[in-house]
Design a protein around this ligand. Structure first.
Ligand code: MG
Ligand code: MG
Length: 255
């Protein structure tokens, strides 16, 4: 069931979303060659603590997961697509890093992700990240009253496919509010004009995931959480929490 949020609730979600934005900005600033993924998790924990927010990631255990998620950010490096668990791994020159972060404040949740390069970037990686951001922007632009979920999915998928990238099937965006994952699902590929009509008060996380190798295949790594590309190619992820309003999409996790 899709729960519509009041304008007051959307304002509260914006406040939670700002904490996510601050955490991602701090993590990105701290990410450098030689810095460990666990140290980046600590940076995000500090921002959440300082804001009086809790983490919807920490302890999260969906049905597929062998253990509760042990961190407040997902750190997905190079061929990891999403859901990477922070480890002692120290970032190397040219690593492509995706950071996903959530925050819960006053009972409302925000969810957002960024991808970036540590050290000297390769042109192919910059193109991948730029395309992920462009797909996210197109998805947000399509998140307007009068459109349907398929219009968002189509906008995202068209950009990813035109650039020659793969899309992991079965993973994508979601409704969000008091819980991190609510109805509806927001696929990263679909047919325009199909699916649920978008209404004022819907809050959704839009999150394209792009696979540089062009294949859609992925598998879970040995930790049971991290999704990796089957062909070993790099992946990028971009996400914002967005409210659909009569005056247009409102990004709740601005940075
Ligand atoms: Mg996320
Ligand atoms: Mg999400």
């Amino acid at each position: 069931m899709v729960e519509l949020k009041t304008d007051t609730s959307i304002d509260a979600m914006y406040t939670a979303g700002q904490v996510v934005g601050q955490a991602l900005t701090a993590v990105r600033k701290a990410a450098d060659v030689g810095v460990s993924l666990l140290e980046l998790d600590e940076v995000a924990r500090e921002v959440l603590r300082g804001a009086g927010a809790t983490s919807p990631f920490l302890g999260y255990r969906p049905s597929f997961a062998p253990v509760p998620f042990p961190a407040v950010i997902c750190t997905s490096v190079n061929d990891a697509i999403v859901h990477g668990i922070p480890t002692r791994y120290r970032l190397r020159d040219g690593d492509l890093v995706s950071i996903d972060c959530g925050a819960e404040l006053d009972g409302w949740v925000g969810d957002s992700a960024i991808s970036f390069i540590v050290g000297k970037p390769r042109p192919a990686d910059l193109r991948l990240i730029e395309t992920a951001e462009r797909a996210l922007a197109a998805g947000i632009e399509a998140a307007v009253v009068g459109n349907r979920i398929g219009d968002i999915a189509h906008a995202i998928g068209t950009i990813c496919r035109a650039a020659g990238y793969g899309i992991p099937q079965g993973f994508g965006g979601h409704g969000i509010g008091r819980r991190m994952h609510e109805d509806p699902s927001i696929p990263n590929e679909g047919r325009p004009g199909r699916g649920l009509p978008l209404r004022h008060g819907m809050a959704i996380a839009i999150e394209p995931m792009l696979l540089a190798g062009g294949e859609d295949g992925y598998h879970a790594a040995g930790d049971g959480w991290t999704l990796k590309t089957n062909d070993g190619s790099r992946a990028a992820h971009a996400e914002h929490t967005v409210a659909i309003t009569e005056t247009g999409p409102r990004i709740l996790t601005e940075r």
